[in-house]
Write a protein that binds this ligand. Structure first.
Ligand code: AMP
Length: 595
């Protein structure tokens, strides 16, 4: 397929703000695409060249892309950068550069979709000395055969930012519309959840329809998005909400009258014979410590164990201690389990702050040495699959019973997350105090009848923590500071996520709460994301996720989210959280209503 044909679709998508129209355009295109090309096309339509579960990094920064544009067009990098800062989009700057290029390539080969896709994919494999300039060459190679419109989208795709406002929901609805006799977004949604790969889902829907979608399952070594937690204001609220009566739970009811109509059957795994396995029977919530580390999804077969973060990044190499401990402790041939990896101080045995643990996540060499300095423990809390059986649709009680029956920690690096099964508010409160006294964040209260819903925040896990819940936000604009800190960016405009479009809306400005060192670090991280500058003001490509505490949320016409944070304070970087997990406008609205 000619890349120009795909660019025409991009242009049509860009020309409408309506999600219904975008869905129709996508559906039409998918229906016309040969089945074997669907995975490639679906990914490119979202501006990606790998499945969502694949954590490959193309390694294309804005400055690398502008070098490639300069190389392909013969214009100077300065010209390109100044155009880019003016327009705020490097894709547009690339299009204009190609238009006025001084260097016409002699043997221009029209671009095909396959060539763009394969070339961009190959960037992820480049490593080591000379890989930067190889990347520049590869991208420049595509650009020298591109017309201005094509150049725009090649650059945006290489940067991972297509700017067409196509969220996951739009792709889901388009697949349903294109391939199912009775469009059923829920069937597509389930398939997306278990595979985490819109390409495979589109292809299966096209070739096998609804039945094929229903047969798709979670696969070991293909990470799924993790189920997310909601916040609860008190232990009593959390116990009432997670009472195990499923959706019928009466919010107003106290723990004493937790409904018993949702009683869980443990039959499926009753024969596994561990004395503890029955501990979670009944409708009482499961209350666990909430510890502040990183969420790990461990995928194991007899040949290989891999560890993924919540952003589905593969960190196996960085955590050989966790791999060895889990392999020893878990009795199964293949499995997918989840837990929280917590770093601790080997002398005091108290948890260390997340920032310390994140050194281990980033470390690529001398891993063993750092492992001794910052030892970790994986606190296991869920089991998603075992020996070829998927447990996503089993209840939490059943999953945990199976986890406990098979987990025999032999080594300090893996343990079952400390827990209690109780509907008793006093007992749960005492357990919460224990968690805080041991240096943890609070507790997680879980509904024992809940199935596992990948990527969802469905109220099956409720976190209870002592402070006003901070928000995870991104930074969309900033200003160079004045005076002593003039080399630094300050006054950060904070963005929350609009789930409809996957774009960010302003929710206030942050100017306080940083040490000089943090501000310098922040400036260094943000400098490369600058897309336009006007005097001291800069526009940024959203990239970093930070945790922001505040006193209150106010309604505000000043920002396009409609809200503003009162007295926001910087609490730290959230390197374990991706842009797609930046707090949504919906959550801000809920917090606003609740305060
Ligand atoms: P938050 O990031 O504040 O929304 O809290 C949710 C995160 O808490 C999860 O993604 C896990 O990384 C972490 N966590 C800590 N303890 C637990 C637990 N017992 N069960 C589930 N998640 C936990």
């Amino acid at each position: 397929m000619d890349y120009a044909a795909l660019v025409a679709v991009y242009d049509r998508l860009a020309s409408t703000q309506s999600t219904t129209e975008k869905t129709a355009i996508l559906a039409e295109q998918l229906a016309e695409t040969p089945q074997e090309d669907l995975p490639m096309l679906v990914r490119l339509l979202r501006g990606q060249v790998f499945a969502a579960w694949h954590s490959a990094d193309l390694g294309v920064s804005s400055s690398l892309a502008s070098r490639a544009v300069a190389k392909a067009t013969g214009l100077s990098e300065d010209d390109i950068e100044s155009d880019w800062r003016e327009t705020g989009d490097l894709g547009d700057a690339a299009a204009r550069a190609v238009e006025k290029q001084v260097q016409q390539s002699l043997f221009s080969d029209p671009l095909t979709v396959e060539r763009v896709y394969d070339t961009l994919q190959s960037l992820a494999d480049l490593d080591g000395a000379g890989s930067e300039s190889r990347r520049v060459d590869e991208v420049a190679g595509l650009l020298s055969d591109a017309d201005p419109d094509e150049a725009r989208y090649v650059v945006r795709t290489a940067l991972g930012h297509l700017r067409l406002g196509i969220g996951e929901g739009t792709v889901r609805d388009a697949i349903a519309e294109a391939f199912l006799d009775e469009p059923d977004s829920e069937a597509v949604e389930r398939a997306l959840q278990v595979t985490n790969d819109a390409g495979v889902v589109a292809q299966t829907a096209a070739s096998e329809g609804r039945d094929g979608l229903d047969d798709l399952e979670l696969a070991v070594h293909r990470p799924v998005k993790v189920m997310l937690a909601e916040k609860s204001d008190s232990i009593a609220d959390a116990l009432a909400d997670a009472g195990g009566g499923g959706e019928e739970t009466d919010d107003a009811g106290s723990d004493a009258d937790a409904p018993d109509d949702g009683t869980v059957s443990l039959d499926a795994f009753a024969d596994d014979g561990d004395a503890d396995a029955g501990a979670h029977e009944g409708t009482a919530p499961l209350v666990e410590y909430k510890v502040d580390g990183f969420r790990a999804q461990v995928h194991a077969t007899p040949e290989e164990t891999r560890v993924f973060t919540r952003r589905l990044e593969d960190v196996t190499h960085q955590f050989p201690d966790v791999v060895a401990a889990v392999e020893d402790a878990f009795d199964a041939d293949s499995f997918v389990l989840e837990g929280e990896v917590l770093g601790y101080d080997p002398e005091t045995e108290r948890p260390v702050p997340f920032q310390q643990l994140s050194r281990r996540i980033k470390r690529k060499y001398d891993v063993e040495q750092l492992a001794a300095e910052v030892p970790v423990v994986l606190y296991a809390f869920d089991l998603l699959a075992v020996d070829g059986e998927t447990l996503l649709e089993a209840t939490l009680s059943d999953r945990v019973a199976e986890l406990e029956a098979r987990l025999e920690p032999e080594d300090l690096a893996v343990e079952r997350m400390p827990n209690r099964t109780t509907a008793d508010a006093d007992e749960a409160a005492a357990f919460y105090e224990d968690a805080l006294a041991a240096g943890h964040e609070g507790v997680m209260v879980k509904n024992p009848t809940a199935t596992y819903q990948p990527g969802k925040r469905v109220g099956y896990m409720l976190k209870v923590k002592p402070t006003m819940e901070p928000l995870d936000l991104t930074i969309t604009r900033a200003k160079w500071s004045e005076g002593r800190r003039s080399n630094n960016l300050g006054r950060l405009y904070l963005g929350c996520r609009d789930p409809e479009t996957d774009e960010f809306r302003d929710i206030g400005r942050l100017s306080t709460g940083f040490s000089d060192e943090q501000l310098a670090d922040l400036t260094e991280r943000l400098e490369d994301a600058i897309v336009a500058e006007d005097g001291r003001a800069v526009d940024l490509e959203p990239r970093e996720v930070i945790e922001v505490a505040y006193e209150e949320i106010q309604a505000s016409p000043e920002y396009d989210s409609g809200y503003a944070l009162r007295f926001p304070r910087f609490e730290g970087f959230r390197d374990d959280v991706g842009l797609d997990e930046v707090d949504s406008l919906e959550r801000v609205e809920r917090l606003y209503e609740d305060q």
